[in-house]
Design a protein around this ligand. Structure first.
Ligand code: MV4
Length: 445
C-alpha cells in the first residue's frame, strides 16, 4: 500500500480524499495556491506545499510544480480528484516517468475515452448501444447534410474533443445545418484545438443516467449501480440521485451489463463512470465515459455502503476487486450547494461566510470545506458543499433533504439552497417526472 499520497486538488474533494487516507493509515500532502492558504485541506493534511499563484494555470494545473512538490515530500502516489488534471493523459504519463503512481487509469485509457469518436467506435465493437449517427469524422457540411437527410431531423452535431456541451448543436431542419456546422466547428477549434466533428440523431427529452463502474489491474470489472443526473443547468449538474426513479430493474441490469462491457473493452483500471442517454421508452445509448472519480460518487456510496475513494486507492495499489456487482439499497439524493445567486441567473457569489450552521441528524451527510469566517475565492469552481440525504424510500429521502436544507444557514454570500428547497416541493420532481429539459422551464419564486 502507498505510504504517502499527494492530493493534486482543493476544496471538498481534497478533504474527502484526505479523510479516506487517514482511515487507511496513509500520510497525505496537500498542495495549495496562495489564495487557498487558509483552506481546510491545507490544515487537515500531514504536510502542505504551496504550488503557485491563485489562477488555476499557475497552481492546480501547474504540472512541474505539482511533481516537484511530490518529489520533495517523497509522495509515492498522486490523487488528482476531479477537474484540474484528473483526465490529463500527459500528467498521468509524467507521474509514471517520475515513479509516482497516478491514482486513476493509464494515459492510453484516458486518451481512448477523451476522443469521443474513438470512444464511440470502441463501444460499437463492445456491443454497447450508441446513438445512430456518422461513422468517423464528418468531411464537411455537405457530408453532414447527406447523413442528416438519411437519418431524419432533428440531429445533433458534436465535437470529437468535446463533452460538457461545447462544440455541440441541435439542428431541427436542413436549412439550418450548414451555419450550425460551421459555428460548432469553429467553437471546437477554439476550445480544444481540434475541430473534428460527428453527427447523431437527436434524442428528445432524454434522461441522463450513468453507471458507476470499477475495474482492477487483473482484468476484473464490475458495476456499482446507477445515478440519475437529469437535473442539470447549462451542463452543470445540480441534483443527483440513486437509484433512478425512472428505470425498471430490467433496464438497470441491462445498463449495468453494458457498462461492464464498456470497461472491459479497454481493460479499464480504476473507478469510472459510463454515461448514458435514456429515452422515454427506456432505450439507452452510450454518451461518454468519465475516467475519474466524480463529484456525485457520494450518492452511490450511500446506497451501496462502500467508500469509493478507498476502492480507487486499493485498485491503484494493485489489490484485486471481488468482481461482484452492487445494487442500490435505500435511496440517496444529493444537492450541490454552490456560491451562486439562483435569483440572478446563478451568477457566482464569492466572498466571506459570516455565519454558518451545518445540518445533521439521521440520514444526512455533508461534504464541504467551508467554515464560519472562510472566504470563498473567486478563482475556482463555485461548489462549496454537497448535501446528501439517505432514507429507505425516495419519498422519505426527499423529506430528509427538505429538512436538512431548511436547517442550513450560510450567511454573507448567496447560495443555491433556495433553489433546492423549491425543487424538493415541486410536484413533477416529487413524482420523478423529469428529463434533462426540466430546469429550463423551472421558475424560481
Ligand atoms: C445528446 C443529446 C441528445 N441527443 N446527444 C450533452 C453533453 C454531452 N455530453 C452530450 N449531451 C447531449 N447529447 C444526442 N444524440 C442531449 C444532450 C444534452 C444533455 C445530456 C445530458 C444531460 C443534459 C443535457 C443537456 C442538453 C443536451
Amino acid at each position: 500500500m502507498f505510504k504517502k499520497i499527494l492530493i493534486a486538488n482543493r476544496g471538498e474533494i481534497a478533504l474527502r480524499i484526505i479523510r479516506t487516507c487517514r482511515d487507511m493509515g496513509i500520510r497525505t500532502v496537500a498542495v495549495y495556491s496562495t489564495a487557498d492558504k487558509d483552506s481546510l485541506h491545507v490544515r487537515f493534511a500531514d504536510e502542505a506545499v504551496c504550488i503557485g499563484k491563485p489562477s488555476s494555470s499557475d497552481s492546480y494545473l501547474n504540472i512541474p510544480n505539482i511533481l516537484a512538490a511530490a518529489e520533495i515530500t517523497n509522495a509515492d502516489a498522486i490523487h488528482p480528484g476531479y477537474g484540474f488534471l484528473a483526465e490529463n493523459a500527459k500528467f498521468a504519463e509524467l507521474c509514471t516517468q517520475h515513479d509516482i503512481k497516478f491514482i486513476g487509469p493509464t494515459p492510453d485509457m484516458i486518451n481512448r475515452m477523451g476522443d469521443k469518436i474513438t470512444a464511440k467506435e470502441t463501444m460499437i465493437a463492445a456491443n454497447v448501444p450508441v446513438v445512430p449517427g456518422s461513422e468517423g469524422l464528418l468531411k464537411d457540411a455537405a457530408h453532414a447534410k447527406k447523413l442528416a437527410k438519411k437519418m431524419g431531423y432533428p440531429v445533433m452535431l458534436k465535437a470529437t474533443a468535446g463533452g460538457g456541451g461545447k462544440g455541440m448543436r441541435v439542428v431541427w431542419k436542413e436549412s439550418e445545418l450548414e451555419a450550425n456546422f460551421n459555428s460548432a466547428k469553429q467553437e471546437a477549434a477554439a476550445s480544444f484545438k481540434n475541430d473534428g466533428m460527428y453527427i447523431e440523431k437527436f434524442v428528445e427529452e432524454p434522461r441522463h443516467i450513468e453507471i458507476q463502474i470499477a475495474g482492477d489491474q487483473h482484468g476484473t470489472a464490475c458495476h456499482l449501480s446507477e445515478r440519475d443526473c437529469s437535473i442539470q443547468r447549462r451542463h452543470q449538474k445540480l441534483v443527483e440521485e440513486s437509484p433512478s426513479p425512472f428505470i425498471s430493474d430490467e433496464t438497470r441490469n441491462k445498463m449495468g451489463e453494458a457498462a461492464i462491457r464498456a470497461a472491459q473493452a479497454i481493460n479499464y483500471e480504476s473507478v469510472g463512470t459510463v454515461e448514458f442517454l435514456v429515452d422515454k421508452h427506456q432505450n439507452f445509448y452510450f454518451m461518454e465515459m468519465n475516467t475519474r472519480i466524480q463529484v456525485e460518487h457520494t450518492v452511490t456510496e450511500e446506497v451501496i455502503s462502500r467508500d469509493l475513494i478507498k476502492e480507487q486507492i486499493k485498485i491503484a495499489a494493485g489489490i484485486p476487486i471481488s468482481g461482484r456487482n452492487y445494487f442500490p439499497e435505500g435511496h440517496a439524493i444529493e444537492c450541490r450547494i454552490n456560491a451562486e445567486d439562483p435569483y440572478n441567473d446563478f451568477r457566482p457569489s464569492p466572498g466571506k461566510i459570516t455565519n454558518l450552521h451545518t445540518p445533521g441528524g439521521y440520514g444526512v451527510r455533508v461534504d464541504s470545506h467551508i467554515y464560519s469566517g472562510y472566504v470563498i475565492p473567486p478563482y475556482y469552481d463555485s461548489m462549496i458543499a454537497k448535501l446528501v440525504a439517505v432514507a429507505e424510500t425516495r419519498e422519505e429521502a426527499l423529506r430528509v433533504m427538505h429538512r436538512a436544507l431548511s436547517e442550513y444557514v450560510i450567511e454573507g454570500i448567496k447560495t443555491t439552497i433556495p433553489f433546492h428547497l423549491q425543487l424538493m416541493e415541486n410536484e413533477d420532481f416529487k413524482k420523478g417526472n423529469f428529463t434533462t429539459n426540466f430546469i429550463e422551464s423551472f421558475e424560481l419564486k
